[in-house]
Design a protein. Structure first.
Length: 183
């Protein structure tokens, strides 16, 4: 009888292509900020997404690998949770906040803690290896300002900020240092 693959092995062979790079907005392995919102579903919800796919995303049922068993998928999901510092059998969040209805106005916006949001964005930028960014947060909307090394750093900063829970919009005013180089 063949040995079942471990969660790490399944991840490396089947999941890493998207989850290492964050391709198509996949939550990145080892990036807690990418998993914050998804973690509210708990392990069972994450398993449902992995097994059934996620509509309107690149996540296909069983990640497009129908030969994977439910056990192998469960082990891979646990591996990704552990890489993000989350418990392997993550319980669903009992009181997951509902998204604000359109035009919710100040009642919802008042619940956003701008200082905490700015700190979360700063942590995400640190993990994305982007420095020198001024962060302004107001009612869930974030403005990024400053000069970064290159266009790739500006793009990483935008993606990292968009992945932070509580961010409702991002204005990216980052400037690439490349434009200042001359011969």
């Amino acid at each position: 009888m063949a040995r079942a693959a471990t969660g790490a092995e399944v991840y490396k062979v089947k999941c890493a292509l998207c989850h290492d790079s964050g391709a198509t907005s996949a939550p990145r392995s080892g990036r807690p900020s990418d998993w914050t919102k998804r973690a509210e579903k708990g392990f069972a919800g994450l398993m449902r997404s992995a097994l059934q796919g996620v509509p309107n995303t690149a996540m296909l049922p069983k990640a497009g690998f129908p030969e994977l068993t439910e056990s192998e998928i469960a082990d891979a999901v646990r591996y990704m949770l552990a890489s993000a510092g989350l418990p392997p059998d993550l319980p669903p969040r009992a009181t997951a906040p509902e998204p604000p209805p359109p035009g919710a106005g100040a009642s919802f916006e008042a619940r956003v803690d701008d200082a905490k949001l700015a700190m979360s964005v700063a942590e995400a930028l640190l993990l994305a290896r982007v420095g020198g960014v001024q962060i302004e947060a107001r009612n869930g909307r974030v403005v990024l300002k400053g000069v970064v090394d290159d266009a790739a750093a500006a793009a990483r900063a935008l993606r990292a900020t968009q992945g932070v829970a509580g961010v409702r919009g991002v204005e990216n005013r980052l400037v690439s240092a490349d434009i200042f180089e001359h011969d």
